[in-house]
Write a protein that binds this ligand. Sequence first.
Ligand SMILES: [Cu+2]
Length: 128
Amino acid sequence: MPGPNPLLFVFYVSMMVIATTHANDNLDDPDVNRTTVEITIEHRKIKGDKNVFRVYQGEHIELLVVSDETVSLHIHGYDIEFKVDPEEPASVPFTAYATGRFPVSSHGWGDQHEHGHQTLFYLEVYPQ
Ligand SMILES: [Cu+2]
């Protein structure tokens, strides 16, 4: 009887590693501890006094954004761009792998594009 094919075993393990890496940013994964950052935009500004949000390197973030107007947002440094609608708040999962201070700015309000580029808040990622 031939034993298990070692190459096939390596292949399966690799596939499992790939699947796990992807699962890190899967919002449905109950094994991932997420740090929630909640943002409310009103009249093209962040609601409240706080405009700096601190997280730690390696944390799995879920950025939740509610807005009273349609807006495209851009997380600089992480190069994540997403849209928020009044009827459809955004839920953006990502892993804070890079440390630093990252501006999150608007890339157009309503149907406009690239107009009104303005920093709304900062995301600060601290080393562990
Ligand atoms: Cu930008």
